[in-house]
Ligand binder design. Structure first.
Ligand code: MF3
Ligand code: CO
Ligand code: CO
Length: 309
């Protein structure tokens, strides 16, 4: 009798053990000569309002902060390999930042204990670097923000660790495409809600979710300003983009539903489904005729291209 074969349909990424909290190393120090943001000592950013449109000098400074963040992200990307701890990635990111004269913005921002965020597999964002070693087949998002010249630059990318399954690789590709679809909707005169509309259109058809609890944000002299950039369409976000506005787009895309919960550390956000999530982020400037990406390195392609799946 002929053997009957089941059709093999791979719906989900092969399961990997859930990510668990590890040990967080002592706080790293920043040389006294490096300029600090207002929250560095207290953990509390000032609550003063911030303008949505930046001055020419601020924009020049943001090009520098953005380039540094992009270069630090590449330095961390080069250190990613099976067996490396996320604490070691934090050390690399911290050193790369301070060696360029910049303060690593996450450090003590609202009490965050480390210099980068590292979010593995089903972790959506704000993962705290710790003693967990990267495993072959993991995906890991590294989020770098640098503060220099009085302003911040914020960028992130999702990296593959060793041999990664095709579902996860597709997720990472689709998420980078979603970021660029969102960037494509940035132009003066358009409304902010066009960005989320473009992101949703870009991921439609895949079995993906778009995270709603975390959104892009205005950025400049403050890490997060009141300007909100949802990654889904919301008619209420009618703010019209104007030349000189600076904000991030940073979609988090999940395999399966995007529902999340936050760990007891009050930072780490994870999918309830246990399925994986990817994210990419750039800091953008609205120009007279479109958009400029502020978080690009000089003389090398950005992390998302260098480490593309
Ligand atoms: N970089 C993150 C963002 O894209 C924010 C990190 S806040 C921290 O907005 F405190 F976790 F660092
Ligand atoms: Co951001
Ligand atoms: Co970020």
């Amino acid at each position: 009798m002929a053997k009957r074969r089941r059709p093999t349909i791979t719906l989900d990424a092969p399961p990997s053990p859930p990510v668990r909290p590890g040990i967080v190393s002592p706080r790293r120090t920043v040389p006294a000569a490096i300029e600090r943001p207002d929250y560095a000592a207290t953990g509390q950013p000032s609550s003063r309002g911030s303008r949505a449109v930046r001055t020419a000098d601020e924009i020049d400074a943001m090009r520098i902060a953005g380039r540094i963040a992009a270069e630090v992200l590449i330095d961390v990307g080069k250190a990613i390999a099976p067996g490396v701890t996320t604490d070691e990635l934090d050390r690399v990111g911290h050193e790369a930042c301070i060696s360029r004269g910049a303060y690593p913005s996450p450090l003590n921002y609202r009490g965050f204990p480390k210099s980068i965020c590292s979010s593995v597999n089903e972790i959506i964002c704000h993962g705290i670097p710790d003693s967990r070693r990267l495993a072959d087949g993991d995906i890991v998002n590294i989020d770098v923000t640098s503060f220099i010249g009085g302003v911040h630059g914020d960028t992130n990318a999702t990296f593959l660790v060793g041999e990664v399954d095709p579902v996860s690789r597709d997720l990472v590709r689709a998420t980078n495409a979603a970021l660029h679809a969102g960037i494509g909707a940035v132009r003066p005169g358009s409304r902010v809600n066009e960005i989320g509309r473009a992101i949703e259109a870009s991921v439609r058809g895949g079995r993906y979710g778009v995270v709603r609890e975390f959104i892009g944000h205005g950025i400049g002299d403050q890490f997060h300003t009141s300007l909100q950039i949802p990654h889904y369409y919301d008619a209420r976000h009618r703010t019209v983009m104007e030349p000189g506005m600076t904000f991030t787009i940073e979609p988090m895309i999940t395999v399966g539903p995007a529902d999340l919960y936050v760990w007891d550390d009050d930072w780490t956000a994870a999918t309830i489904s246990g399925q994986r999530c990817a994210q990419f982020e750039h800091t953008l400037l609205v120009t007279d005729d479109g958009v400029e990406i502020l978080t690009l390195p000089i003389g090398t392609p950005p992390a998302e291209v260098l480490f593309a799946p």
